[in-house]
Design a binder for this molecule. Sequence first.
Ligand SMILES: Nc1ncnc2c1ncn2[C@@H]1O[C@H](COP(=O)(O)OP(=O)(O)OP(=O)(O)O)[C@@H](O)[C@H]1O
Length: 370
Amino acid sequence: MKSFDLPLNNQETGAHDGSDAWLRIANVSKAFGASHVLSDVSLQVRKGEFLCLLGPSGCGKTTLLRILAGLEQQDAGTIAMAGRRIEALPPARRDYGIVFQSYALFPNMTVADNVAYALRSPREERMRRVGELLDLVGLTGKEGRYPAQLSGGQQQRVALARALATSPGLLLLDEPLSALDAKVREHLRQELRSLQRTLGITTIMVTHDQDEALAMADTIAVMANGRIEQIGTPEQIYRTPATRFVADFIGRANWLPVQVYGNGVAILGDLSFDVQLPAGRATTAFCRPESVCVEKNWRSGENMTLAVVERVDFHGGVRRGVLSLCVNRAIRVFADASPNEAGYDSLVVGKRVPISFPAHQMCFFLDAAA
Ligand SMILES: Nc1ncnc2c1ncn2[C@@H]1O[C@H](COP(=O)(O)OP(=O)(O)OP(=O)(O)O)[C@@H](O)[C@H]1O
């Protein structure tokens, strides 16, 4: 059983030990006037990795990306790429391509000229490379168009082709999909990810969209208030959040009050769980709605308790029930069931149903000391 205390520091939250790091960001801090936007941020990225910086608005993710790009100067800290220190280099000497949320294309230039902008080779070679890049992003034949003659999604593909033109070592993406409508965004998500895999280009993408990060990233660094709260795979971030902030920010969560006793047992209603937490401190159990199983039949000894269905919301793929425990009606639990699960039909308002809590899918957090 996992148990976590207060937020872990940057070093402890690393998803890998950094021995194979290709990009190393160490102890980067930045303030704008009296406002500390980044505090001692450390992060390592492997070659070919797709890392998402995920966090709420204002947490400092764009500032970190801009520092990597040399568009903003850090107050402290170092950045090394492929063993070379780059934190003092001007942008042009850092070997990256960047795509912004606003497509940032030159409106008076054709697609071909936009893509070729950073290329310094002879014209024939440039045009060959432009053709190759437009092929890569699925825009063959659009060379002569102007940005205004393209859809948002197409403009962002041009921006991507332009960022990749010089075959940079690092691709930086600042919310590249957020200006697009939902359908195009989802489609481009997959295209971008598969292109990144094909090219094997190390990529850092800023997003505040958790679904995007979960769907695209190899590794997610969750940020809050200028610090990294947790670094891990999407599964780790979702299933075993290291801090309350991460648990709350990503997905839907049940937060349930528990009592911990001296023998390392946490009591939730009439259920008990083994935990490694101090007795007597207020503690909260966390689990996802889909981790709570609505059962058809009662089975003893399996973390099962009786609950009353208070409300049912339809969420397309699942029914989400709001249930209160019979032993303590004040404890309310969200439970999701899909149509092929036994409990789906039991989610009917007013019904008493057995629900179970798989112990391995629960985390326990100490409440902040009063
Ligand atoms: N040039 C600047 N001068 C002053 N304050 C700034 C500057 N750039 C950013 N900030 C402030 O720093 C904080 C972090 O901004 P940043 O853009 O890095 O956040 P973010 O996590 O990317 O948010 P968003 O998703 O809204 O872009 C914000 O409070 C912002 O107002």
